[in-house]
Design a protein around this ligand. Structure first.
Ligand SMILES: [Mg+2]
Length: 372
């Protein structure tokens, strides 16, 4: 394949409700989508990619406008220069550019989507996935009160979500978890995500979570604190899951070897793409470490790709792949529907979803095309 043009779409998509984590509150989602036009054996084919960077550099160093700059100025020219572009070679081609995994992942997605469309193969089939649906969990942001939290969680349980994840931060941790466990019982699959908000000296406090039978506690300490996560793991019975820390298969190998993680949240954007995500899955599975697929408030494109990835056999815990309605009243692709606690894996070529041009233009706040 040969990349002929790359359009960067910036959108502002209203969220159903504000989403609060220990990093801050998002009222709407500032989205960067890539639309690549590729020359293939089967003529011109379009491939779509989604960048999961957030508007502000708070979850990670990357942010939407920064990622767009890196893609346009540094990544795209390399891809335009490649004569036989494949998804499998994108990572190597872009390796000289240090960092920027979310920008690189978005570019790789566009190439992968086009390549699979040209071949008439779904992403799930490309991965060797045999499942047709994956369990659907929901991530619940920090709420203004415990009563509101119980109401929100009850709503998701009524909808049929298979697992509940509560965002926590210092001061909003033990009480909400205790209240949810008491209200909804011991059978509820429940886990918490601290988004790096604690330090090792909080171990006595975090140990109080052990009595609530959580599936895991996600990223309690800072991104670079692998050793301290390993020390914390010795003090807690709740399994420690790493999210922000796992930036590559290499870091995942170190985390597993150190005993810093007994579970890994795989986010393809955070690790530089779906192919690296697959390598982390394989590594974790070989080491008996469970993985699940996290979410970054993706539109229908990223959500579809995540559903296929989560069909791999090592994804033994429910992920954050919820229905579109969890975040968006109107998505840019056909709505992802959660039914009976599951989301179907798309079967069409590529990521198996089509972008609606009218909805795209409705949410558009900027569009820019670069050519080789
Ligand atoms: Mg997380």
């Amino acid at each position: 394949m040969k990349l002929r043009s790359l359009t960067l779409h910036r959108l502002r998509m209203p969220l159903v409700s504000p989403f609060t984590t220990s990093f801050g509150t998002e009222e709407d989602k500032y989205v960067l989508l890539l639309e690549g036009s590729f020359e293939t054996d089967r003529g011109r084919i379009t491939g779509w990619g989604e960048c999961v960077a957030m508007e502000l550099p708070l979850y990670s160093a990357e942010y939407v406008d920064g990622a767009a700059e890196v893609i346009e100025r540094w990544l795209a020219p390399t891809l335009f220069a490649a004569d036989d572009l494949t998804a499998e070679t994108v990572g190597e081609l872009l390796e000289p550019v240090v960092g920027h995994p979310m920008a690189k992942a978005a570019v790789e997605m566009a190439v992968l989507d086009a390549q699979l469309r040209a071949a008439g193969v779904s992403f799930a089939r490309y991965l060797g996935v045999t499942r047709t649906a994956v369990p659907s969990g929901v991530s619940v942001g920090i709420q203004s009160s415990v009563d509101t939290l119980l109401e929100v969680v009850g709503g998701y349980i009524d909808e049929g979500y298979a697992r509940i994840k509560l965002k926590i931060e210092p001061g909003t941790d033990i009480a909400p978890v205790e209240a949810v466990r008491r209200e909804f019982g011991d059978d509820l699959l429940l886990q918490v995500d601290a988004n790096a908000a604690y330090s090792l000296s909080d171990a006595p406090l975090l140990r109080r979570l052990d009595e609530f039978g959580l599936l895991l506690i996600e990223q309690p300490l800072a991104e670079s604190d692998l050793r301290q996560h390993a020390e914390l793991a010795e003090q807690l019975s709740t399994p420690i899951c790493l999210d922000e820390s796992i930036t590559s298969a290499q870091v995942a190998a170190d985390a597993i070897a150190l005993g810093a993680a007994s579970v890994i949240n795989i986010k393809p954007g955070r690790v530089g793409g779906y192919l690296e995500a697959r390598r982390i899955h394989d590594l974790a599975r070989a080491n008996g470490v469970a993985v699940w697929c996290g979410g970054m408030l993706e539109t229908g494109i990223g959500r579809a790709a995540n559903a296929a990835l989560a069909g791999l056999p090592g994804f033994t815990l429910p992920g954050d792949i919820s229905g579109s309605k969890r975040f968006y009243d109107l998505d840019i692709t056909a709505e992802t529907v959660m039914s009976d606690g599951e989301v179907a894996i798309p079967e069409g070529p590529g990521f198996g979803v089509e972008v609606d041009p009218q909805i795209l233009s409705r949410f558009s706040v900027g569009e820019h095309t670069v050519t080789g």
